[in-house]
Structure formats: C-alpha cells, structure tokens
Design a binder for this molecule. Structure first.
Ligand SMILES: NC(=O)c1ccc[n+]([C@@H]2O[C@H](COP(=O)([O-])OP(=O)(O)OC[C@H]3O[C@@H](n4cnc5c(N)ncnc54)[C@H](O)[C@@H]3O)[C@@H](O)[C@H]2O)c1
Length: 365
C-alpha cells in the first residue's frame, strides 16, 4: 500500500532531513508526498517546485480536509504543534509531530485524548529510542548487564539556531528544542520521573537570527536534576550555550557496570561498557552510522502497514513535556516539583534488537 503524505511546516527540517527520508520511502514505493502548507508563500512555492506537490491551500485546515491523505507531518514552530496534531488526528489522519508534542500541558492532554479516540496513530518526536544503538543499550540495561541503575548524567547542546526567530521567543527555547532528547532517553532507561529541580535561564540576551539581532525571550541554558525514586538520580546539562564537546551523551551508572552513549542521542556513535567482573571497558562501535533521526516516519509507515502499535508512545512524550514545564517552574519558584504522569515501558520487537552478527554495509540497512 502506498500511503499519501501531507506536510504542515515547510521549513528547515522538512526541506532537509524529512524530505530525504520521504524520497527514500517514495523510491521504495511506500509513500507519496502530495500536499504541503506553510504560511510563508516562498516556502510553499519552493516545495511545490521541488516536489511537484499541491501547496495551494490557504490554511492548515484546508490541507487536513483532503480525503486522499493518510499521514500528516507537523513540522512547524513549537507553539503550533499541539493544536495542529490534534486537528489532524480529528480529521482521521495518522500523525507525526515534531518535539515537543505541545508547549502546554493542557493542550498535550487534549492531544493524548484525541489519539486515544482517533483511528489514526500518533508518533511524537524525538524518535531516538528507535536507534539501533539506543535499543541495544536498553536491552543490556534490562538484561541487568550493569546491575540496578543508580545514577546518570546527560548532555546535549550547541551554539543555537541562526534561523527561525521563534526559537528565542515564548514557547521556544533550548529545553524544548534540545533538553527533550536527553530527557526522553533517560526516561526510557529509568522509567517515570518522580520529582524535578532545575536552574533554567537565558544566558545570552540577544541572538543573531537571519542576520538580525533579536532579543532572547526563551531559555537557552539549563541544568536539571531528576529524581526517579528509590534514590535514583540523573542530571541533564543542555543549552544553546555549548560550542563543542567531547563527552558521552548519556552516562548510566549501575551497581556492577557503566554504559556510555557516544555522539548524541539523535546521532549515536556507538557506546562503551564497563563491567566489574571483566574489569575493563569495551567499545561497541556504531552499527548504524547512517541511522536518520527522522526514523519515526519509517516507524509510523511500518506500524500502519502492519497494523501494530508504535514502539514510541505519546504518553512518553507527554511525560517529557510535564518534566520540562516542571523544570521551568522549579527554577522560577526555587523549589522541587512533583511529577505525576505515567507512561509505559518501551517494548521492542525482539526481531529489531541486535542479533550479534556484524553488519557489512550499514548504508543498505
Ligand atoms: N532544525 C533542526 O535541526 C531540528 C531538528 C529536529 C527537530 N526540529 C523541530 O522541527 C520543527 C521545525 O523546525 P525547523 O528548524 O524546520 O523550523 P523552521 O522555522 O525552519 O520551520 C518551521 C516552519 O513552520 C511554519 N509554520 C508556522 N506556523 C505554521 C502553521 N500554522 N502551519 C504550517 N506551517 C507553519 C513556518 O512558517 C516555518 O516555515 C521544530 O519543532 C523543531 O524543534 C528541528
């Protein structure tokens, strides 16, 4: 079955990473990109010219009203995610929404409710728990290879976007844009956060966006401490304030060993494992160096085709949003904030985990 795709938001992530995966899936005969909408007329005409798609809609609702549309990708600025994803589900579509799923908890709750009622599937970015490297680390943690998890440290950042003013306005910011990756990873390993305390602020008051100096009204710098219960803690350092680093993305400290994800959660570069019984480090090289962080789209297409539930759960994304909003609240009010939302443990298809055989050509996988 060839599934038809419509895109809301024809900006940077559409024209690069998602377009490249869509082209691959089109070549495999699995999808057809047919429609797109962006309020920016220049982006509409560029997309129409480049992909031969219909971009003549006057509003997102007009695209959502198209009958012959199976999947809608919500790739807009963050404040638009929740309402557009919900409208797309209510229009009967399968939906992929970029992170965060919403910028408000109320809207995210309404989106979860809509997903529970609607016939379509909802996949929320980031899709990092789908990477083969994350899956293999998760398998090792659950198999008890490093013993009970006690402590973790995570980091992700860069110097910050130079396009899209909205990144530095209310509803934007580094926590929603970057911190969400580490948070999603850590929750996948530990389970739900119980309490959070944080410092979240704006370290650089003005930013250059498309050659213009603009005031920064959103956070660009954060340190977050997570309490997973039973004295299990983790910290996250994130911001548009990191020029470079050479540290692991995620460090997991267990009772008998250590796992360290190298690279970034969204671009893993293998991992390292310390084992007390062995008394040495083992480097496990990256097995899927071309794994695309847009993989949630392929997963959505696979899930629709096979009629199976998605591995990534919207409740996980909701939980991450609750923690991020609580981190901001903690910083403003100077107190620890309780977290209440549950989410199910990751359940992978056993066939998708590492079978121990070497990969000769990762590009063809
Ligand atoms: N750029 C990255 O590296 C990156 C990576 C991963 C995820 N993301 C996420 O992807 C999303 C888009 O990021 P981007 O870098 O492409 O931003 P961008 O500013 O380049 O593109 C966003 C587009 O959304 C459009 N838009 C705004 N409101 C809309 C609406 N109501 N309907 C349709 N389109 C609308 C804007 O006009 C703009 O063209 C963000 O949520 C971001 O966090 C970005």
């Amino acid at each position: 079955m060839t599934l038809t795709i419509g895109v809301l938001g024809l900006g940077s992530v559409f024209s690069g990473p998602y377009a490249s995966l869509i082209t691959k899936l089109e070549q495999e005969g699995r999808v057809r990109l047919t429609a797109g909408y962006d309020p920016d007329p220049a982006k509409r005409s560029t997309a129409a010219e480049r992909f031969g798609i219909n971009t003549s809609y006057g509003a997102p609702e007009e695209l959502l009203a198209v009958d012959d549309l199976d999947i809608v990708l919500v790739l807009t600025s963050m404040n638009q995610h929740g309402s557009l994803a919900r409208a797309a589900l209510e229009a009967g579509k399968h939906v992929l929404v970029e992170k965060p799923m919403s910028t408000s908890l109320e809207e995210a709750r309404a989106l979860l409710d809509a997903a529970a009622e609607a016939p379509g599937l909802l996949v929320c970015a980031p899709h990092i728990v789908l990477s083969p490297t994350y899956q293999e680390m998760h398998r090792r943690v659950r198999a008890g290879e490093i013993g009970d998890l006690h402590l973790a440290r995570a980091r992700y950042g860069w110097s910050g976007p130079w396009w899209g003013r909205w990144f530095y306005e209310s509803g934007g910011g580094a926590l929603f844009d970057l911190g969400v990756y580490n948070l999603t990873s850590l929750c996948g390993f530990f389970g739900p956060v119980r309490r959070v305390t944080a410092m979240v602020g704006t370290a650089v008051p003005k930013r250059e966006v498309n050659g213009e100096l603009v005031p920064a009204r959103a956070d660009d710098n954060a340190h977050i401490v997570l309490d997973f219960g039973q004295a299990r803690f983790a910290s996250i350092a994130t911001g548009f304030t990191m020029q470079q680093y050479r540290s692991p993305a995620i460090e997991l400290y267990g009772a008998t060993g250590v796992l360290q994800l190298l690279g970034d959660d969204w671009a893993p570069n293998g991992f390292e494992q310390w084992s007390n019984p062995r008394g040495s480090w083992e480097l496990i090289p990256e097995r899927a160096p071309h794994w695309p962080w847009t993989d949630g789209l392929r997963h959505l297409v696979d899930s629709i085709d096979s009629g199976t539930p998605t591995i990534t759960r919207p409740e996980h994304a909701y939980h991450a949003l609750e923690v991020m909003l609580a981190a901001k609240q903690s910083s403003t009010e100077g107190r620890v904030v309780d977290i209440t939302s549950p989410f199910p443990d990751l359940e992978y298809n056993p066939a998708a985990t590492d079978d121990g055989r070497p990969t000769h050509d990762p590009r063809s996988s």
